[in-house]
Write a protein that binds this ligand. Structure first.
Ligand code: FE2
Ligand code: FE2
Length: 243
C-alpha cells in the first residue's frame, strides 16, 4: 500500500478503513493518558513542598497546562467515539507508560522528568505534525499552544537541573541518579524498534518516523546535553524493556 495522504476530518472519519480508525482512537487514548499522567505524578508532593514561590507557581502552571492538553486530546477522542473520562481517575500504576506509574517527590526527579520525559513527549507529538488526521494535525501544527507549553516544560526542567548541579557534589549525585532512572524509561517510551504497529501508523500517514529513528534523534539531542552538564550518560540498554 502506498502511504495514505488524504486529509481526514471528524466528518469523514467513520468512512475510513477500520485500521485507520483503530490507530487514531488508540493514539488519542494513549496521548490523553500521558498528558494527565504527569500531574498525577507530582502535584501531591511537589506543589505543597516547593522551596520557592516561583517553583510552586511553575508546578501549578505545568499541571494546569497538562490538564488542558488532556482536555484537548480528550475532546478529539470524544469526536471519534472514545470516552477518555475513566483516564482521569485511573491509578498511577495502571498508566499506559511506565514513566507515569510512580510518584515524584524530589526536585531532582521533577526537574529531570521535565528535561527528559517531557522531551520524549515533544518527539511523540511531533510525529503528528502534518498527519492525515486533521484535528490532530491542527492541534499540534504551527503555531501550537500545546507544543509551546511542552517546550516550556522541557526548558524549566533543564534550567532547574542546571541549578541543582550548581549546588555541589551531593546534589549532582542526586541529579545523576534521577537521570539514571528516567533516561532508560525515556528510551523505552519510543517503543520497540521492530514494531508492526509503528509501520502501520506510518503507512496511514499518522506518524513520520519509525520508533528507532525517533529514539536515535532523541539520543543525539540528549546525550550531548548530559555531557555538557558534566553527567554520565547511562547505559542505553541496561534495564530497557522495549528494544
Ligand atoms: Fe503535555
Ligand atoms: Fe509537558
Amino acid at each position: 500500500m502506498a502511504v495514505f495522504t488524504e486529509t481526514v476530518t471528524l466528518e469523514n472519519f467513520e468512512k475510513q478503513d477500520p485500521e485507520y480508525q483503530d490507530l487514531v482512537r488508540r493514539v488519542l487514548a494513549i496521548q490523553a493518558d500521558c498528558e494527565i499522567g504527569g500531574p498525577h505524578l507530582y502535584v501531591d508532593d511537589m506543589l505543597p513542598g516547593a522551596p520557592r514561590k516561583v517553583d510552586q507557581l511553575i508546578v501549578a502552571r505545568t499541571a494546569a497546562e497538562e490538564i488542558d492538553h488532556f482536555r484537548k486530546f480528550s475532546t478529539i477522542a470524544g469526536g471519534v467515539g472514545v470516552d477518555t473520562s475513566y483516564i482521569l481517575s485511573r491509578p498511577n500504576q495502571d498508566r499506559y507508560l511506565e514513566a507515569f506509574r510512580g510518584q515524584i517527590n524530589t526536585w531532582e526527579n521533577f526537574s529531570v522528568f521535565g528535561m527528559l520525559i517531557d522531551r520524549v513527549g515533544k518527539y511523540q507529538l511531533e510525529e503528528f505534525q502534518n498527519c492525515t488526521f486533521q484535528p490532530l494535525a491542527e492541534l499540534i501544527g504551527h503555531p501550537s499552544k500545546v507544543m509551546e507549553e511542552e517546550a516550556g516544560h522541557i526548558d524549566y526542567g533543564t534550567t532547574r537541573s542546571w541549578e541543582l548541579l550548581a549546588q555541589g557534589d551531593e546534589a549532582k549525585q542526586r541529579v545523576q541518579e534521577a537521570v539514571d532512572s528516567w533516561y532508560v524509561m525515556a528510551l523505552d517510551m519510543f517503543g520497540r524498534s521492530e514494531s508492526y504497529r509503528s509501520a502501520r501508523y506510518m503507512e496511514w500517514g499518522l506518524k513520520r518516523r519509525t520508533n528507532e529513528e525517533a529514539r536515535q534523534q532523541y539520543i543525539a539531542e540528549v546525550n550531548p546535553l548530559l555531557t555538557q552538564m558534566g553527567l554520565q550518560i547511562p547505559d542505553p540498554l541496561k534495564g530497557r524493556k522495549f528494544l
